[in-house]
Design a protein around this ligand. Structure first.
Ligand code: SF4
Length: 342
């Protein structure tokens, strides 16, 4: 599989009067051509910042102290502004969080789409308008929507217009940040299907950030789980749901309400601050399986099975064998988890 996006040791910090808030703190992963790659995690874990960094949208006091983000081999972080400008929209498009609010209230849908295409291409006005209408059609919008103003659209329709705007230049990669937030479940499903169709029918690779695990389950091929500005686990979606390895992933999945369990369980404790991440494993203050080694030693991300990456000492055989569990779960659970990785 060929990666379309390669992220290496990316860090995104924000200067504050209390010191640097380390929102993204050393993440590395690949997104492959034509896949839908999900980034999951609680609010504040750094997932939206990661997407903004990939498009060089981080503004002061934010900065990127280290890292590479290569799109088809070209490093986006060191690219000249003019080159980056050409690449945005045409090759890499962005669906921002709450993008329905980004529509101009005084312009008809067709005018906004046409203007966007004219600004990023050499198309004539006629060609741009016809591409705009084709774009609306491709996201399942009826032709009459073109002549509507944003206030005449529902939230779900506005979101699909925003998706259509992002895809109007036929990009190779779309970065979508919480694309179905604030929609009812029917519109969520329709819009997720629209995003899946972009990959299935147009071959567009999607990297999608969402806090809702059900949303990832619906369309993602692989999911990466983030916590405390770092990657905790990366796995194929079916494996992540059927056999989660990282204790934080376990917690996230238990928090999803299910008809079988009737009740969801929340993860104990509160998410830490990026101004003061915990030492060692950042999840250790909340982890029911923590061991002494977890308190001061950072667990490296390991490929414990082909394509299965986990950052947890339970999967470091020496650490798991030699250490005592100090969390609330019994040691047997930890051993079981370590054995699974073998
Ligand atoms: Fe972190 Fe240790 Fe828990 Fe693994 S067992 S998640 S390393 S605290």
């Amino acid at each position: 599989m060929t990666p379309i996006l390669e992220v290496r040791d990316l860090r995104v910090y924000f200067k504050t009067i209390y010191g640097d808030a380390k929102s993204v703190d050393g993440v590395s992963f690949d997104v492959y051509e034509r896949e839908i790659f999900g980034i999951a995690g609680e609010s504040g874990c750094g997932k939206s910042t990661l997407v903004e960094a990939a498009l060089r949208l981080i503004k002061p006091p934010g900065y990127v102290p280290t890292g590479e983000i290569r799109f088809r081999g070209r490093d986006l972080l060191s690219m000249k502004p003019r080159e980056l400008q050409k690449l945005r929209w045409k090759e890499v498009a962005y669906i921002p969080q709450g993008s329905m609010n980004a529509l101009n209230p005084v312009l008809k849908v067709s005018e906004q789409l046409t203007d966007g295409i004219l600004a990023h291409s050499d198309a004539s006005k006629k060609e741009a308008r016809s591409a705009a209408l084709a774009g609306l059609h491709s996201v399942g919008m009826p032709p009459e929507v073109a002549e509507m103003y944003p206030h005449e659209l529902s939230g779900g329709m506005s979101q699909r217009v925003a998706i259509s705007m992002s895809t109007s230049m036929k990009p190779s990669l779309i970065l979508a940040d919480e694309p179905i937030t604030a929609l009812d479940v029917i519109m969520q499903r329709l819009n997720l299907q629209t995003i899946a169709d972009l990959r299935d029918e147009h071959g567009i690779t999607i990297m999608m950030v969402a806090h809702d695990m059900a949303c990832h389950a619906e369309i993602c091929d692989r999911i990466c789980v983030m916590y405390g500005g770092r990657m905790m686990e990366i796995a194929e979606t079916t494996l992540l749901f059927s056999d989660p390895l990282h204790p934080y992933t376990h917690g996230l999945l238990k928090a999803v309400p299910s008809i079988k369990r009737r009740e969801s369980e929340s993860i104990e404790g509160i998410a830490p601050s990026p101004l003061n991440w915990p030492s060692g494993c950042r999840f250790h203050p909340r982890c029911p399986r923590r061991m002494e080694v977890c308190v001061d030693t950072v667990p490296p991300m390991r490929e414990v099975r082909p394509g299965r990456f986990v950052a947890c000492h339970l999967f470091d055989t020496e650490a798991a064998e030699g250490a005592d569990t100090v969390g609330t779960a019994d040691a047997g659970e930890s051993t079981d988890a370590a054995e699974k990785s073998a």
